[in-house]
Structure formats: C-alpha cells, structure tokens
Design a protein around this ligand. Structure first.
Ligand code: 13P
Length: 249
C-alpha cells in the first residue's frame, strides 16, 4: 500500500505571525489516519513550526537546501542545519528553483546525494513547460529529469524518495492538468522507474501531483490510480482549503 500524502508548499509566504496563526488552527484539526500531512514553511519558520507541532502528526519539510554540507556559501542552508531544526524532508527540483535559480539536473543530482548522505527524505519535483507539452516532448523531458537528477541513486535510497509531478503550466495558473493527463504522466513515471530499477520499487513510490490543486478538484485527481496525493501551493496557505484537500481521498 503506497503512502497517501498531502504536502503544503508555502513558497515565500507567511511570516512568523502568519505561521503562528496557521499552526494554531491546524493543531485543532483531526487528520484522516491514512494520510501523511506535511507542510513546508520558509526556512525562518521551520524551527518554530517544529516546536509548535511536536505533539502533532505533521511532517515538517524544507523547500530547498544547498548541495554542500558546509562552507563559504553565503545565504545558503545545509542539510545538517535543516535536520537540527526539525526538518528531515526536503523539496528538491521545484520548477521555481529550476527556472529562477538556474538549478539544473546536474546540481539537483548533487543535492539528492547530499540529502541521502544526511538521511533525509526527498520530495523530488519534475514537470514540463507548456512548450514541451505543445511540442509533444513532455514524456521525454520528464524521463531526462528523472534519469539525470535521480536515477543514479541506489535501490535502497528509494525508501526515502517521493516524486512530485508538477506541470509548470499548471502552477499558480488556476489551470490543472486534467485527471486523465495527471494519471497518464504518473503511470509513465512509475513505468520509467520500473524500467531503471525494479517493479516492486516503482510500485511502492508515492507520486504526488502539483499544480492548482484546490478543494474542488482534489478528489478527482487523487482518485486516479497512480496519483498518491498532492503538493499544494496556494491552497495550502489557509487551513480551511488545505484541510479540504487533506480530506479528499
Ligand atoms: P499551486 O498549487 O499554487 O499551483 O502551486 C503548486 C506548487 O508549485 C506546489 O509546489
């Protein structure tokens, strides 16, 4: 049975006061037993969130980290730092990092290695631009993102890897991939993993969908065979909409 996961990626939203308000509300909620709930606040609020959520079943996620373990990298955050404030899971390869901060597959492969070395769980994001889809090269692109960024890891490492398929054209646009498009790509991702690794590994991997998931479309998307949950941006910023999505399986 694959893990069902709903993870909120707050991006660069919510200062400390807003985070406190969100957490106070979140802690009143009852989560379905079969769903793993995660939130990814900004770096500055991770430790506060960790302490606040200590008694609660919410996993804390960092939005990024540097590929080096330490050193002269002004402004950067290491895996060890993240773990020391309670974040054992990290999002790598988000399309905003790829597009605005020039993170390519090679640097992501390094980050993946560093996360594994530090025994962190990885939410590895992949996704095509609208142009790729229009040209019909989206499957090829996804395969390249997987093979160049992730497929060097050992069989054992898959135990701590989650994939998030986020078509760039659906992020923050209000336009979601149709449930059929999401299913088609998730199935392809699983097949691609099975071809490079083992069928049993591919079957166990949770593959999340991200891109304009909202309370009114989540259940149809989550209802697809190969969709194991969502990575949620905008709709994760309010407890009410986030909880509706958490309850959408
Ligand atoms: P939206 O849900 O705002 O489209 O963002 C998706 C996303 O990028 C999550 O990482």
């Amino acid at each position: 049975m694959r893990k069902k996961i709903v993870a909120g990626n707050w991006k660069m939203n919510n200062d400390l006061a807003e985070t406190e308000l969100f957490l106070a509300e979140l802690k009143k909620q009852v989560f379905p037993e079969n769903v793993v709930v995660m939130i990814a606040p900004s770096f500055t609020n991770l430790n506060h969130a960790f302490k606040s959520l200590r008694e609660h079943n919410v996993e804390l996620v960092a939005q990024n980290m540097h590929q080096n373990n330490e050193g002269a990298f002004t402004g950067e955050i290491s895996a060890k730092m993240l773990k020391s404030v309670g974040a054992k899971t990290v999002i790598l390869g988000h399309s905003e990092r790829r597009a605005f901060f020039n993170e390519d597959n090679a640097v992501l492969a390094e980050k993946v290695n560093t996360a594994i070395e530090n025994e962190m769980t990885i939410i590895f994001c992949i996704g095509e631009e609208l142009e790729d889809r229009k040209k019909g090269t989206h499957f090829e692109l996804i395969k390249t993102q997987l093979s160049e960024g992730l497929f060097h890891v050992s069989d054992d490492a898959w135990e701590n890897i989650i994939i998030a398929y986020e078509p760039v054209w659906a992020i923050g646009t209000g336009e979601t991939a149709s449930p059929a498009q999401a299913q088609e790509m998730h199935k392809f991702i699983r097949k691609t993993i099975a071809e490079s690794y083992l069928e049993v590994i591919a079957e166990k991997i949770s593959i999340l969908y991200g891109g304009s998931v909202k309370p009114d479309n989540a259940s149809e998307i989550f209802g697809q065979d190969d969709v194991d949950g969502g990575l949620i941006g905008g709709a994760s910023l309010k407890v009410d909409s986030f909880m509706k999505i958490v309850n959408s399986f």
